[in-house]
Design a protein around this ligand. Structure first.
Ligand code: 8BR
Ligand code: ZN
Length: 516
C-alpha cells in the first residue's frame, strides 16, 4: 500500500506540535501536496487511511492556529467604511491598535464547547442566586431600589441618585460576595462613597458615577440572565463585578489620545500606554490600601493575588484600542464551537473581558430612551474635549468639533461597526434566560432570545431613518451644550419600528415560502 502520506506527517499529538507560523505553513504545504499527488489506483481502505491522516494533521494545524490567533499580544485591525472620513478615522484609531501586551492567564475553560454545554438555564446556582436577591437587603439598608429592578436589562440608572452605592451593595449581595468575604457593610458603604467621589472628581459629563454603576448593573444582568454563573469561579465573578464598578474611576472626561497629545502627567507616568485604564486600576488599588475602604481584608493572600491580577487585566482590556483583537479572539473560539470537530483550550479571561467590554458600550444596546440620554452625554463630553483642543492647543481639526461632527453618522458607525459585532459574538457564545417580561420600555424584547437584539436593531435603524431625511439640524435643540431633540427623534423611532416590523414579516414570509 502507498503509505508515503502517513510517513510524511509528524506523529506528535497536535497539542505538542511546534507552534511557529513557518512550521504551520510547512505542514500545511506537505498536507496539500500529499492530497494533490495521491495515486488513483488505491482501494477504498487506503483512501480512507490517507484521509484520516490528512484530517488528523489538519486538526493539529488548527490547534496551533487558534493558539496563535488567540494570543492577546497580537494586534488586530478593523476596516471601517463610513460616509464620513473623519468618523471612519476616529473609529479605526479608537477601536483598534497595534500595541503589544502580555497578560498572565488564570482560570482556563476546558473548551468553548464546555462553556456552552456546561449549564442549563434552570440550575441550582441560579436558583440560589435568585433566593439571595429576594432577601430584602434593599429594605434593610433603606435603599431606593430593590434587587429585582437591577435584574432588568431596561433598568435606567439615570432615574436614581447615588447610583454606585445601591448598585454595589445589591449586586455584591446578590452574588454572595458580602457574606463570602465577610465584608463589613459600613466598610462597603464607605468604599462606595469613596468610589463615587473619584468618579465625580472631574465632573465628566458621561464618565461619572452613573456610567460606573450602569456598567456594573449591566454585567450583573449578563451574568444572571445567561448560563455563565456555572462557568466562572466565584473569584472570577467577584473580579468581574469589582472591575465593572471601578473601571473608569477618576476619569477626567478626556480620552487617551488627548492625554498623550497634550503630554499630560498621566501619559508620562504610563508611557502613553493605556493611560486612563492604567490610572483607573492603579488609583482604585491605592484606595484599597486605606483600611476604611479595604473591603477585601478577609480575602486570602493567594486569592487576592489572583483577584488583583484579574481585575487589572479586565480594567486594562476596557481600553477601546483592544476592541478589535478582543472580538477576533472571541470569534476564533466560537469558530471551534461551530465546526463542532476540534475543541481547544480557551481562556475564561477572554470571555470576562468581552463581557466587561460589551457592558461598557451597552448603552447603544439598551432601549432607545436610555440610549439617547447616554449618547447626548457621551457626545457632549467629546465636544468639550474638542473645544479644549481648539482653545488651548490651537487645533483647527479636533477629532470632535461641535460645529462639524455629524452625530448621526457617528452613531451609525459606532453601532454598526463596534457595538453590533461585540454583541453578535456574545450572542453566539451565551445562552440567555428569558428576558425583561415586565419591561415597559421595549416589550417586544420579550419575544427575542437576547435582551439587546431588538433594541440594538431599533437604535441603528432609527439613525438610518434620520440619515435618509438628511435634516440633521432639526435633531438638535442646542449645539452648546449638545441637546438632542428627543421629541422629534421619537418620530424616527416610530418609523424604524414600522420598518423593522415589515422586515420581520417579510423575512418570516420568505422562511415559509419553499424554493425562494
Ligand atoms: P469607556 O467608557 O471605557 O471610555 O469606553 C466607552 C467608549 O465607547 C467611549 O469612550 C466612547 O468612545 C464610546 N462610546 C460609547 Br460607550 N457610547 C458611544 C456613543 N453613543 N457614541 C459614540 N461612542 C460611544
Ligand atoms: Zn467605561
Amino acid at each position: 500500500m502507498n503509505n508515503n502520506i502517513s510517513n510524511n506527517f509528524s506523529k506528535e499529538k497536535p497539542e505538542n506540535s511546534s507552534m511557529t507560523t513557518v512550521n504551520i505553513l510547512g505542514r500545511l504545504r506537505i498536507a496539500t501536496e500529499q492530497v494533490r499527488t495521491v495515486q488513483t489506483n488505491l482501494n477504498m481502505l487506503e483512501y480512507a487511511e490517507i484521509l484520516d491522516n490528512v484530517g488528523k494533521e489538519l486538526d493539529g494545524i488548527l490547534y496551533n492556529l487558534v493558539d496563535i490567533l488567540s494570543d492577546d499580544t497580537r494586534s488586530s485591525e478593523i476596516n471601517i467604511t463610513s460616509n464620513d472620513g473623519q468618523i471612519s478615522k476616529w473609529l479605526e484609531q479608537t477601536f483598534s491598535s497595534k500595541q503589544q501586551r502580555t497578560m498572565t492567564a488564570t482560570g482556563r475553560f476546558e473548551s468553548i464547547k464546555a462553556i456552552i454545554q456546561a449549564s442549563s438555564f434552570v440550575n441550582a446556582l441560579q436558583r440560589q442566586l435568585r433566593m439571595h436577591t429576594k432577601e430584602q437587603l434593599g429594605v434593610m439598608l433603606n435603599l431606593p431600589v430593590d434587587a429585582n429592578q437591577l435584574n432588568l436589562w431596561s433598568f435606567n440608572m439615570i432615574e436614581h441618585s447615588d447610583p454606585l452605592t445601591f448598585t454595589v451593595l445589591l449586586t455584591f449581595h446578590a452574588h454572595n460576595i458580602i457574606s463570602h468575604y465577610r465584608i463589613d457593610i459600613e466598610t462597603l458603604k464607605s468604599f462606595a462613597h469613596a468610589l463615587t467621589e473619584g468618579y465625580t472628581k472631574f465632573r465628566a459629563v458621561y464618565h461619572n458615577d452613573y456610567h460606573g454603576a450602569d456598567v456594573l448593573q449591566t454585567v450583573h444582568c449578563l451574568l444572571i440572565k445567561s448560563n455563565l454563573l456555572n462557568v466562572f469561579t466565584h473569584t472570577e465573578i467577584t473580579a468581574l463585578l469589582f472591575a465593572a464598578a471601578v473601571h473608569d474611576f477618576e476619569h477626567p472626561g478626556l480620552n487617551n489620545n488627548y492625554l498623550v497629545k497634550t503630554k499630560s502627567d498621566l501619559a508620562l507616568i504610563y508611557n502613553d500606554f493605556s493611560v486612563l485604564e492604567n490610572h483607573h486600576s492603579s488609583a482604585v488599588f491605592k484606595l484599597l490600601r486605606d483600611k476604611r475602604f479595604n473591603i477585601w481584608s478577609n480575602m486570602s493572600i493567594d486569592e487576592y493575588r489572583i483577584f488583583r491580577s484579574l481585575v487589572i487585566s479586565l480594567v486594562l482590556a476596557t481600553d477601546m484600542a483592544n476592541h478589535a483583537s478582543l472580538i477576533e479572539r472571541m470569534s476564533t473560539y466560537f469558530f471551534f464551537k461551530e465546526t463542532n470537530t476540534t475543541t481547544t483550550s480557551t481562556d475564561s479571561k477572554t470571555l470576562l473581558q468581552t463581557l466587561l467590554h460589551a457592558a461598557d458600550i451597552s448603552n447603544a444596546a439598551k432601549p432607545w430612551p436610555i440610549y439617547i440620554q447616554s449618547t447626548e452625554k457621551v457626545v457632549e463630553e467629546f465636544f468639550i474635549q474638542g473645544d479644549l483642543e481648539k482653545i488651548y492647543y490651537d487645533d483647527n481639526k479636533p477629532t470632535f468639533d461641535r460645529e462639524k461632527t455629524d452625530v448621526v453618522q457617528l452613531q451609525i458607525g459606532f453601532i454598526a461597526h463596534i457595538v453590533c459585532p461585540t454583541f453578535d459574538v456574545l450572542s453566539k457564545v451565551l445562552q440567555m434566560d428569558s428576558l425583561d417580561h415586565n419591561s415597559k420600555l421595549s416589550p417586544i424584547t420579550a419575544i427575542h432570545t437576547f435582551p439587546w437584539q431588538y433594541d440594538l436593531q431599533l437604535n441603528l435603524e432609527t439613525w438610518r431613518q434620520v440619515a435618509k431625511d438628511n435634516d440633521n439640524q432639526r435633531i438638535l435643540l442646542s449645539q452648546k451644550p449638545l441637546k438632542l431633540n428627543t421629541e422629534y427623534l421619537q418620530t424616527y423611532v416610530e418609523k424604524a419600528k414600522e420598518y423593522l416590523k415589515k422586515r420581520t414579516q417579510h423575512e418570516s414570509l420568505l422562511r415559509c415560502t419553499p424554493f425562494m
